[in-house]
Design a protein around this ligand. Structure first.
Ligand code: GLC
Length: 421
């Protein structure tokens, strides 16, 4: 900080100007999944150089569920410890009361050019409580080389994925590759399982847990069938350990060459393609499979930047948000680390598309990803998601029959709904 203050003071000239240009010290929380933290720090460094302000970057737990409880603790204590926060696309409704309106500070057009659905998602009672930073959708990674060697085409349905994974896993093991698994995904009891399980359910035509009107829809035969197939994977094509996997554990297994298929977010791409990856140039990316009568349903994810209501530096903090979410930064993050821009024009940028070809081939998936029911359940979303992932986890673990578990979940959600939404 001192290092940056000196040139500012030297430039300032008068005492009045000194206090106006005094460097602020901010704290920003960033995620640390894969290369995320380094990418965030690099953006921050550029802004610090431009402005002379100082930012302390703090990393947060990788699990979105754990991050949320950390933020809720800090914000409910009205603490100004974190000025700028990276918030999940499902949190604006939960956290809105603690966040500043960025339209008020940065102007009404600050989010022009970003996906309108995300801007709407982040606008709570007319207030833009977070700027879109990157978007996400669940996608399927597969080993092109293995599918080719075993003479099979990539799967359209979950049943096909199961059959292909079973066969390649068995043949590879027989050939001495005894650590090979068919399919890895996020099966820990946390927000990531809500995303995976919702993808199974929605792609079987089983709805989105709660619909847009707030009606609970989860107790249906398609949803039960989807969860049943997923439960059959455990210990079969997926290691039992998957019940404790988040994004990074799944990537670890796939990147070291020990899985045929992986469900993950786009960030994994640039890491799979890195110099030290065991599967560099052997990976294909495609839509997630679907159920017998349904459609592929990649769930919408993504992260936004918000300014805490308890910050001592609202204007400087908002300026940092504007810079980090700018086209320049989103382009750098897309090219270096395959983070999906929220600025639509970047999906037509040649350099971006060369670095990440599936940003164009899977554009429709990103633009039309299936939303979790966070808007319809408002500040109850956390409870709804917890109930859903715990139910899915019980079914995957083999402790519960899927149809019964979903009937119980419906009752539990009705209880939550009666109290609040
Ligand atoms: C990704 C998504 C986020 C989601 C999380 C679940 O980070 O962007 O929206 O909640 O994964 O693990």
């Amino acid at each position: 900080m001192l290092r940056k203050l000196i040139p500012l003071l030297a430039l300032a000239g008068t005492v009045g100007a000194i206090s106006q240009t005094q460097a602020a010290e901010l704290t920003l929380s960033c995620g640390a999944v894969g290369a995320e933290l380094a990418l965030c720090e690099e953006g921050v460094r550029r802004w610090e150089e431009k402005t002379g302000h100082d930012v302390n970057v703090v990393s947060t737990p990788n699990s979105s569920t754990e991050r949320l409880s950390l933020y809720q603790q800090i914000l409910s204590a009205q603490s100004g410890d974190i000025d700028v926060m990276q918030i999940d696309v499902v949190w604006p409704g939960l956290l809105a009361n603690h966040l500043l309106d960025l339209n008020e500070i940065l102007g009404d057009d600050v989010a022009d050019g970003h996906f309108q659905t995300i801007v709407d998602n982040n606008t709570i009672e007319g207030r833009l409580v977070a700027m879109p930073w990157f978007t996400d959708a669940g996608i399927l990674y597969y080993r092109k080389d293995l599918l080719e060697q075993h003479g099979v085409e990539p799967p359209d349905t979950w049943q096909e994925l199961t059959d292909i994974a079973t066969r390649i896993q068995a043949e590879e093991r027989q050939a001495g590759n005894d650590r090979m698994w068919g399919y890895v995904f996020q099966g820990r009891a946390y927000e990531g399982l809500t995303c995976n399980a919702l993808e199974w359910v929605a792609s079987y035509g089983g709805g989105t847990i709660v619909d847009d009107q707030g009606e609970i829809t989860i107790d249906n035969p398609e949803a039960a069938e989807a969860l049943e197939l997923a439960a059959s994977w455990i210990g079969d094509i997926s290691p039992r350990g998957v019940l404790n996997y988040t994004e990074e554990e799944a990537r670890g297994v796939f990147q070291s060459g020990n899985a045929v298929f992986m469900r993950n977010w786009p960030y994994a791409w640039s890491l799979l393609q890195s110099e030290d990856s065991d599967v560099r140039d052997q990976v294909g990316v495609m839509l997630l499979p679907h159920g017998p009568d349904g459609e592929s349903s990649g769930v919408l994810g993504g992260w936004n930047l918000a300014v805490s209501r308890y910050t001592g530096h609202p204007d400087v903090a908002a300026d940092l948000v504007a810079y980090l979410t700018s086209e320049e930064e989103q382009k750098r993050r897309a090219i270096e680390s395959s983070y999906n821009p929220t600025i639509t024009a970047l999906y037509e940028d040649e350099e971006v598309l060369t670095a990440v070809p599936f940003f164009s081939t899977l554009y429709e998936t990103f633009a039309n990803a299936v939303a979790r029911p966070s808007s319809s359940t408002g500040d109850n979303y956390g409870r709804v998601s917890n109930a859903f992932f715990n139910t899915a986890h019980g079914v995957l673990s083999g402790d519960r029959n899927s149809a019964e578990a979903l009937a119980q979940l419906e009752t539990e959600l009705s209880r939550i709904k009666r109290r609040r939404w």
